[in-house]
Design a protein around this ligand. Structure first.
Ligand SMILES: NC(=O)c1ccc[n+]([C@@H]2O[C@H](COP(=O)([O-])OP(=O)(O)OC[C@H]3O[C@@H](n4cnc5c(N)ncnc54)[C@H](OP(=O)(O)O)[C@@H]3O)[C@@H](O)[C@H]2O)c1
Length: 255
């Protein structure tokens, strides 16, 4: 039962992670969250829920990820579910101009952190009699082309295949590992970026939205809360592993 589970959400201070946290904090026994920011820098809930513990860490560093899992083990004794929302495209340049230090950063945030979280997640969940569930956030950029975001697309394509490898290796421990691959999600950060664009360029909001939705079959804006039904499926499934769910309003591949 979900209400008896110990669950970790990483990247909780971002738009998607925060929406998942808000949804699950009332359903879960113990919710541990992590990202670099402190809880007071992003939490809008008052009072702080008693079943919520936030551990601020840079999750691209192996020692930090190891510490996170050691702290969870010490305090809760187990981890049943992990939802990894760490990521971001961070920079925009054509490949010919992409600074290599920015390339490295994109890889670290989107792929290395996911690798480390999977590594220590499997190590811990394999001790559970009933295994566990891991969900990573991929992106439609793993298959599609997002202008000037080559390292992000490549990192997310790597993450998609990491999910396949990890599901293969962890199946013997009954750990189910899957991914959710959204198209453009209208998070508070993206809303700020859209408003900045409107102010800078004078382009109308309707035109910006129309271009964002141009590849989608369903001409609707995708919000973090629209992802919650798939999150619930993948954190509770006993039969699905190694799959990437496209939550992309029917986005079609186009260059
Ligand atoms: N929004 C979209 O349109 C969209 C579409 C497809 C896929 N996705 C993917 O979905 C996931 C969540 O997206 P989002 O829109 O919610 O992103 P976001 O608002 O930019 O949040 C990113 C999260 O990652 C955390 N993070 C970044 N670097 C970190 C580090 N070194 N160590 C620990 N935490 C770190 C951030 O927290 P701190 O700053 O506190 O460290 C933040 O909580 C990402 O993987 C993203 O690539 C998003």
């Amino acid at each position: 039962m979900l209400s008896e589970k110990v669950l970790l959400i990483t990247g909780v201070s971002g738009g998607i992670g925060y929406a998942i946290m808000e949804d699950l904090v009332i359903k879960i026994k113990n919710l541990i969250t992590s990202s670099r920011k402190k809880l007071t820098d992003f939490l809008k809930l008052d009072p702080v829920p008693r079943n919520l513990e936030h551990i601020p860490l840079d999750l691209t560093i192996e020692k930090n990820v190891q510490d996170l899992f050691q702290q969870i083990k010490k305090k809760y004794g187990r981890l049943d579910i992990m939802i990894n929302c760490v990521g971001g495209s961070l920079y925009s340049h054509p490949i010919e101009d992409f600074p290599v230090d920015e390339y490295d950063k994109v890889m670290e945030v989107n792929l290395k952190s996911a690798f480390l979280l999977t590594k220590f997640g499997i190590r811990m969940m394999k001790n559970n009699e009933e295994g566990g569930n891991i969900v990573h956030f991929v992106s439609s950029s793993a298959k599609n082309i997002s202008k000037n975001k080559a390292p992000y697309g490549v990192a997310k394509a790597g993450l998609a295949h990491l999910i396949h490898y990890a599901a293969f290796e962890a199946a013997k421990y009954d750990i189910k590992i899957n991914g959710i691959s959204p198209t453009y999600v209208f998070t508070p950060r993206h809303e700020r970026e859209i408003n900045e664009k409107i102010q800078k360029t004078g382009v109308k909001r309707d035109e910006i939205i129309k271009s964002k939705l141009s590849r989608q079959l369903l001409k609707k804006e995708l919000y973090p809360n629209d992802l919650l039904d798939v999150v619930k499926l993948l954190i509770t499934t006993e039969s699905i592993t190694g799959q990437i769910y496209n939550c992309a309003m029917g986005e079609i591949l186009s260059y």
